[in-house]
Design a protein around this ligand. Structure first.
Ligand code: 0RA
Length: 652
C-alpha cells in the first residue's frame, strides 16, 4: 500500500468512529430525530429520502422520483438528478457520498448555491434513515460511471466503490428499516400514496411513482400509481373538492414571490358549510397554522369585506360579519417556501416567522381583488354566501344561548341519558359513545362504574357535513355529547376553539356494531369530531372500540375472534385430531348479541380490549375522504366502503 493510501485508510477508520458516535445518538433516541418509532416514524423514513430527491428537482435537475416497496418491506427511492457527489475529500479522508450518508445534517453541505427549502418535518436528512436501517445501499450514477456503498446501522461496510460505466444519471437509495428499533416494519401503500400525491400537487412538474413490489395483484402485475400535476395547487383544490359542488367558475390562484418569499395559493368556494384550509411550509403540512395562515385570513377578510361593503350588500345587516363567515364553504391550499423556518407549537407544525404574515396578506389581497374585479357573477355568489353564513351564525348563537339557558334552568346538569362514572379525574375517566339504547343498557351493566361512563346515542346522529351551524346545536345527540364532555364552543371569531381544559374524560370511545350500519354511524360520529372537535383527535382523545366478530365454541372451551383468519385458526385448533368434532361458530352482528359480561370481557376491559386510536395522518386526504363519505355523491362512497374498512384509512 502506498503511503498516501495508508494515511487515507487510517483516517478513514478514525473518522468512521466519530461518525459512529453521531449516528449512535440517532439509534439511542430515534424518536428525537424522526418523531416516533411507530407507523408514523416508519413512513417518515421514506419521506426523508424522497425529500432529498424533491430538493434536487426544485433545484431544477430532476423531474422523476420512483418509490418502490420491495419484498420484505425494503424501500427503494430512485431519482434522475445529478447524483450525489462522489469526489474524494482529502480532509475528511473519504468520499463526499459517504459524508452525506453518515454525517448528521451533512445533506446540503456540497451545494451552497441550492436553495434548500424542502426537508421532512424533522429535516434530519438521509444519514438518520441510514442509522435506523439494518441495511442501506446507495448507488450513484454520474459522469458515465456508477458508484455504490452499503451500510449496516449507518456504518459503511466498505469505502465507496466504482462499479462500472453507465449512461444513466441519478441516485438510488435502498433501505430496510431496523426491526430492533421500529415497533412495526410493514409499509402501507395508501399512507405513502397520500403523501406522494400531496408532494406532486405541491411541486408541479415532478413525476412521482409508487409501486408495491411485495405481492403481485390478481392479474400478475404490481400495483403502481403515478402522481403528476401540471397546474399544482389548482389541481390540488379540485382534487380535494371533487365531491363538493363549486360555487364559482374558476379556482382562484396566484403564484409568485412576495417580499422575497415564494407564495402559492389556490382557493375555491363550494356549497358546503365547512372550512378546509390546508397550509404548507417547505412542503410540510402546518397543522397548527401560524403566521402564513394568519396573513391569509387577514387578507381574505379585509378584501372580501371591502368588496361587500362597496357593493352595498352589507348595508342592511343588523350584525357584524365575523372572520369565520368569510371562510364557510372555502377550500384552500397555501404553500410558502421559507429559507429559515421557525416551527413552534405542540407538534412543531406552527410557523413562527413574522415576516411571512405580510407576504401572504399582500398575495391574497392582490389575487382576490383581481378575481372579484374580473368575475362579478362569482363575486356576488361569494358575498351572498358570506351573508348567509353570517345570518346562520347569528341564529346559531341564539340557539346556543337557548341551550345554555335551558342548561342553567335544569341546574346546568349532565344529560339524563348519561351514566356517569364515579371518578372526577379526567385522566383516568372514559366515555363510551354507544350505538343505541339497548347496547347502551348492556354497556351500563358491564362497565366498571368507577371510571367508565356510558352515553347511548340514538341511531344515526346528524350528518354534520351537510348541516348548517344552528342545526348542529338543535340536535339533541350532539348537545348531549358537548354537555357530557364538558366542553363548549367559544363565541364569534373564536367559535371553533374548544375549551379542552374542561374535558371530563381523556378517553372518548366510539362503540358501534360490527356491521355496515355500525360502521356508518361510527363514521358519522368521527366526522362530527373531525369537523367540530378536531383538537380532541389531535390530542389523542378519540378511540374506537373493537367488538369481536365471532365466538368459536367446543364443549366448555371458547374463543373470541376478531377476523376470519382468527376464526378459522380457532376452528382448526378446537377440532384438533378429530375432524368430526362439533365446533360451534357464533357471528356477532351487533353489540346487543353479547351479554354485559361478554361485552366487558371482549370490548371494555382495559386488560383485554383493543382500542384503535383515531389520528389524522394526512389532513388533506382526511378532509377529502370525510366529504366523500358524507356527501351526496353516493357511488364513490359505496366504492370506497366496499374496498376499505372505513377506519383503516382514517386512523393508522
Ligand atoms: C448536492 C450536490 C449535487 C447533488 C446533490 C446534492 C444530490 C443529492 C441527492 C439526494 C438524493 N438525490 C440527490 N441528487 C443530487 C450535485 C452537485 C454537482 O453535480 O455539481
Amino acid at each position: 500500500m502506498s503511503e498516501t493510501k495508508k494515511k487515507a485508510a487510517a483516517s478513514y477508520s478514525a473518522d468512521s468512529i466519530q461518525v459512529l458516535e453521531g449516528l449512535e445518538a440517532v439509534r439511542k433516541r430515534p424518536a428525537m430525530y424522526i418523531g416516533d418509532i411507530g407507523v408514523k416514524g416508519l413512513h417518515h423514513l421514506v419521506y426523508e429520502v424522497v425529500d432529498n430527491s424533491i430538493d434536487e428537482a426544485l433545484a431544477g435537475y430532476c423531474d422523476t422520483v420512483e418509490v418502490s416497496i420491495l419484498p420484505g418491506n425494503s424501500i427503494r427511492v430512485k431519482d434522475n438528478g445529478r447524483g450525489i457527489p462522489v469526489d474524494y475529500h482529502a480532509k475528511e479522508g473519504k468520499s463526499a457520498l459517504e459524508v452525506v450518508m453518515t454525517v448528521l445534517h451533512a445533506g446540503g453541505k456540497f451545494d451552497k448555491d441550492s436553495y434548500k427549502v424542502s426537508g421532512g418535518l424533522h429535516g434530519v436528512g438521509v444519514s438518520c434513515v441510514n442509522a435506523l436501517s439494518d441495511h442501506l445501499t446507495t448507488e450513484v450514477f454520474r459522469d458515465g460511471k456508477s458508484y455504490m456503498q452499503e451500510y449496516s446501522e449507518g456504518k459503511p461496510l466498505y469505502p465507496v466503490k466504482e462499479t462500472g460505466t453507465t449512461d444513466y444519471r441519478g441516485t438510488i437509495q435502498t433501505f430496510h428499516p431496523d426491526g430492533t428499533i421500529f415497533q412495526v416494519t410493514e409499509y402501507n401503500f395508501d399512507t405513502l400514496s397520500a403523501r406522494l400525491r400531496e408532494l406532486a400537487y405541491l411541486n408541479k412538474g415532478i413525476k412521482l411513482t409508487l409501486t408495491d413490489e411485495r405481492t403481485p395483484q390478481e392479474d400478475g402485475t404490481f400495483r403502481s400509481e403515478t402522481y403528476f400535476s401540471e397546474r399544482g395547487l389548482v389541481e390540488f383544490v379540485q382534487y380535494l373538492d371533487s365531491t363538493r359542488l363549486p360555487l364559482i367558475e374558476d379556482v382562484i390562484y396566484m403564484e409568485g414571490e412576495k417580499q422575497g418569499i415564494p407564495v402559492e395559493i389556490a382557493m375555491v368556494y363550494n356549497d358546503s358549510f365547512s372550512e378546509n384550509i390546508h397550509s404548507y411550509v417547505n412542503n410540510i403540512n402546518t397543522h397548527e397554522g401560524g403566521t402564513h395562515l394568519a396573513g391569509f385570513r387577514r387578507g381574505l377578510t379585509r378584501t372580501l369585506k371591502k368588496y361587500a361593503d362597496n357593493s352595498g350588500a352589507t348595508s342592511k345587516l343588523k350584525f357584524e360579519i365575523s372572520g369565520d363567515d368569510f371562510r364557510e364553504g372555502l377550500t384552500c391550499v397555501i404553500s410558502v417556501k421559507v429559507a429559515e423556518p421557525q416551527f413552534e407549537g405542540q407538534t412543531k407544525t406552527k410557523l413562527g416567522n413574522n415576516e411571512v404574515m405580510g407576504a401572504v396578506d399582500i398575495a391574497v389581497s392582490e389575487m382576490l381583488e383581481n378575481y372579484l374585479e374580473e368575475h362579478p357573477r362569482d363575486a356576488k355568489q361569494i358575498v351572498d354566501k358570506v351573508i348567509l353564513a353570517a345570518t346562520a351564525r347569528h341564529a346559531a348563537r341564539k340557539a346556543r344561548e337557548m341551550v345554555q339557558r335551558k342548561g342553567a334552568l335544569t341546574g346546568g346538569g349532565l344529560p339524563g341519558k348519561l351514566a356517569d362514572c364515579q371518578s372526577k379525574d379526567p385522566s383516568e375517566s372514559e366515555l363510551f359513545l354507544v350505538e343505541g339504547d339497548s347496547a347502551g343498557g348492556t354497556a351500563k351493566q358491564g362497565r366498571n362504574r368507577e371510571y367508565q361512563a356510558i352515553l347511548p346515542l340514538r341511531g344515526k346522529i346528524l350528518n354534520v357535513e351537510k348541516a348548517m351551524q344552528h342545526k348542529i346545536y338543535d340536535n339533541e345527540e350532539i348537545r348531549n355529547m358537548y354537555t357530557a364532555l364538558g366542553v363548549h364552543v367559544g363565541t364569534e371569531e373564536d367559535s371553533k376553539a374548544l375549551n379542552t381544559e374542561k374535558l371530563r374524560y381523556h378517553k372518548i370511545i366510539i362503540m358501534c356494531d360490527a356491521d355496515v350500519d355500525g360502521s356508518h354511524i361510527q363514521t358519522l360520529i368521527m366526522t362530527f369530531y373531525y369537523r367540530h372537535m378536531k383538537e380532541l383527535i389531535e390530542n389523542g382523545h378519540l378511540f374506537i372500540a373493537t367488538p369481536p366478530l365471532y365466538l368459536v365454541k367446543k364443549g366448555n372451551q371458547q374463543q373470541y375472534c376478531w377476523s376470519d383468519a382468527e376464526r378459522d385458526a380457532a376452528i382448526e385448533k378446537f377440532r384438533g385430531a378429530s375432524k368430526d368434532a362439533t365446533v360451534n361458530v357464533q357471528r356477532y352482528k351487533g353489540l346487543g348479541e353479547m351479554n354485559a359480561e361478554q361485552l366487558w370481557e371482549t370490548t371494555m376491559n382495559p386488560e383485554s380490549r383493543t382500542l384503535r386510536q383515531v389520528t389524522i395522518e394526512n389532513g388533506a386526504e382526511a378532509d377529502r375522504i370525510f366529504s366523500m363519505l358524507m356527501g351526496d355523491d353516493v357511488p364513490p362512497r359505496r366504492d370506497f366502503i366496499e374496498k376499505n374498512a372505513i377506519y383503516a384509512k382514517l386512523d393508522v
